[in-house]
Design a protein around this ligand. Structure first.
Ligand code: GDP
Length: 362
């Protein structure tokens, strides 16, 4: 699927860099172009493709802190400039646009939904969000920001592929090592998904194409992407259980959104050397996905690649009713209520202080 990426904010820029680099290293050519947009000039310095600093008149290149309302406002004010830069990148061959952002911060959290809205109005190709949920150990502000951003982005984009920062956390890692590992994980999954839609060689009729990705995401709302790989036997017949167990791992332990298994639609892509792909294994795995997601819309396809391993990618569309998403939204709502209470208490304390019987000195 020929895609143009727009990274908004710090996480958006880093993730877009990881995605574009993976696509280039693998020689896939699915990522056709990329742009990074930010209000903080320092965060744009390490981005190896074109960048755009917005909101200079408001924040002078210093970023918006955690203020996602300001992030949204700045994107709205500078939207024409961003759309012009993107207009030079989006062409007749573009099949999708991904707006990439960390949902818990300020610039990406506020800016991504505003940009997705405008892109959806202007272009006919699907506009997807690639959004990162803050880890559960991040503060209340991050949870509230992410809840509000996710709600809006899911409404404005054709679908939001959601990544949980808790999904691949390894103990003992520093924050930046942790992010690096997560970004690599995301780049591999999303990179393979986009590239799968581009494959033209191999067993023609069972190869995935972009329309299957688009149809799986047609339900809208929130999507997740799972991945796992296993060394394969040389004979296809010996790989039946390799394919079924790899698919199970992709969905149950390798998902970008752990525990989200109820879905409206799914796409199972099995990647590997065509000689090693067992049709029976692929069909069994597809049936298993059908049972697990309780969806009647489970598509399947191959992605021929030259590797001694077999890999499964499981794209789930319409997972917003899953426990994980519901739990996150409840947490975000609670954090918002607590913040409102703290605000109220502070206002009351302020009032009491001001109304005190004591006279001021002057
Ligand atoms: P912004 O620049 O104002 O949009 O804010 P950030 O991009 O720093 O967004 C903060 C959120 O993104 C937090 O929830 C962080 O956990 C997350 N985040 C920041 N950097 C990264 C990164 O490199 N990778 C991932 N996966 N998450 C990140």
């Amino acid at each position: 699927m020929k895609t143009v990426l727009v990274g908004v904010g710090q996480a958006g820029g880093k993730l877009t860099t990881a995605l574009a680099s993976f696509d280039e290293e693998m020689g896939f050519g699915a990522v056709r172009d990329a742009l990074a947009v930010n209000t903080a000039s320092a965060d744009l310095q390490s981005v190896p493709f074109e960048t755009m600093l917005i909101g200079q008149d408001r924040v002078n290149g210093h970023g918006v802190g955690g203020d996602n309302e300001l992030g949204a406002e700045i994107m709205q004010n500078d939207i024409d400039q961003v759309m012009t830069a993107l207009g030079n990148r989006i062409s007749a061959e573009t099949e999708s646009i991904f707006v990439v952002a960390g949902l818990g911060g300020g610039t990406g959290s506020g800016g991504a939904p505003v940009l997705a809205k405008r892109l959806s109005r202007v272009y006919d190709v699907p506009v997807y969000g690639l959004g990162v949920l803050p880890g559960s150990d991040e503060g209340a502000l991050y949870q509230v920001n992410a809840g509000r951003s996710l709600k809006t982005l899911a409404r404005e984009a054709d679908a939001v592929l959601l990544i949980d920062n808790d999904a691949w956390k390894e103990s003992g890692e520093s924050m930046s090592e942790g992010y690096e590992a997560i970004n690599q994980n995301i780049a591999r999954r999303v990179g393979l998904l986009l590239a799968a839609g581009e494959a033209t060689e191999g067993v023609a009729e069972s190869v995935v194409d972009s329309s299957e990705i688009i149809n799986t995401l047609r339900a809208g709302g929130i999507a997740s992407l799972g991945y796992a790989s296993t060394p394969a036997a040389e004979e296809a017949a010996e790989n039946i259980s390799v394919i079924t167990s790899t698919t199970r791992n992709a969905m149950l332990t390798g998902s970008s959104l752990p525990e989200a298994t109820d879905a409206e639609a799914a796409l199972l892509i099995v990647a590997g050397q065509p000689e090693r792909l067992s049709r029976k294994g692929v069909e069994k795995a597809r049936k298993w996905v059908e049972t697990e997601t309780e969806s009647m819309q489970v598509r399947g396809g191959d992605f021929p690649i030259d590797s001694s391993r077999l890999a499964s990618l499981v794209l789930l569309g319409g997972v917003e009713r899953s426990d994980r998403v519901q739990r996150f939204m409840t947490r975000a709502e609670q954090a918002a209520e607590e913040a409102a209470e703290i605000d109220q208490t502070a206002r009351e304390a302020d009032k009491t202080f001001q109304n005190d019987e004591l006279d001021g000195l002057f």
